[in-house]
Design a protein. Structure first.
Length: 272
């Protein structure tokens, strides 16, 4: 690991300069993020923890990631609380424990954290806490969507498309939710709109929406969607499938991109 930047070096950079340096390489992004975390910035602790989980610019170390998320959570940072829940849900540095994950999500969700609301909803929907609770999940997805969470908006589209929790199946409302999420940058919602367009024979719209999804999707989703498109009988969709497969090797890891919360926190660090 490269030598951390000093507090003076960090505070000498503007947020714009920091963003430019982090964009140079994952290793430089890791160095700056770790430095800010070591100097006590909870937002940096959370991003550094994610980089440790993903192995971005540094060797993978889920145990260390869990420690950093926990420190941020102890400082009252809701992203940190949510990420401790993710660790317990996914087994990052600790054994998988869905009940413990739910407790952390509930803590952050009760304080309005939209990702914790979404993640808790996913646990309820999956039934891993005992029974599948579509209605309880729906309530959480609605709260998360109202806070602007795009994945929650996309999930509400599924409720209206598939009639989960006994809600009336209304394709027009499903389309509205998918469109609302897609127009704000949700790659899953773009793919759902493409799927619906393909189903009604609108290949032009399907190709357009799949292109939008592929342009912004992470590598794991690109791998999944490439398989779907390569199995299509349409040559244009097959070509998009090949493009998605290529992009799985070119994509910049999400954890290497400085988040808006980190940039705002970094600006406040400079004002101390």
């Amino acid at each position: 690991m490269n030598t951390p930047l000093s507090y003076a070096e960090l505070t000498a950079m503007s947020p714009e300069a920091m963003q430019a340096r982090m964009a140079q390489s994952p290793v430089e992004a890791a160095r700056i993020t770790r430095s800010a975390a070591l100097h006590g910035l909870p937002a940096a602790m959370v991003q550094w923890g994610q980089m440790l989980v993903d192995g971005v610019g540094t060797p993978r170390d889920a145990t260390a990631a869990y420690r950093w998320f926990s420190i941020a959570a102890e400082a009252g940072h809701l992203d940190g609380v949510n990420m401790v829940g993710r660790c317990h849900e996914l087994g990052w540095g600790v054994p998988v424990d869905h009940q413990e994950a739910a407790r952390w999500y509930e803590r952050a969700a009760g304080l309005g954290h939209d990702w914790a609301q979404f993640n808790l909803g996913e646990l309820l929907l999956a039934g891993v806490l005992g029974v599948r609770d579509e209605k309880g999940a729906l309530s959480l997805f609605l709260r998360s969507a109202r806070a602007g969470n795009l994945k929650a908006m996309n999930k509400l589209g599924h409720y209206r498309e598939d009639g989960w929790a006994g809600v009336a199946v209304k394709p027009a409302l499903a389309l509205r939710w998918y469109t609302r999420a897609a127009d704000r940058g949700c790659y899953r919602a773009h793919a759902n709109l493409a799927r619906l367009a393909d189903g009604r024979g609108d290949r032009e719209e399907a190709a357009r929406r799949y292109s939008c999804s592929i342009a912004i999707a992470p590598a794991d989703f690109l791998r999944d969607i490439s398989g779907v498109l390569l199995d299509s009988a349409d040559p244009e969709l097959q070509a998009l499938g090949r493009r998605a497969l290529i992009l799985t090797h070119e994509e910049t890891p999400e954890a290497a991109r400085p988040r808006g919360g980190l940039l705002r926190a970094f600006a406040s660090l400079r004002r101390r």
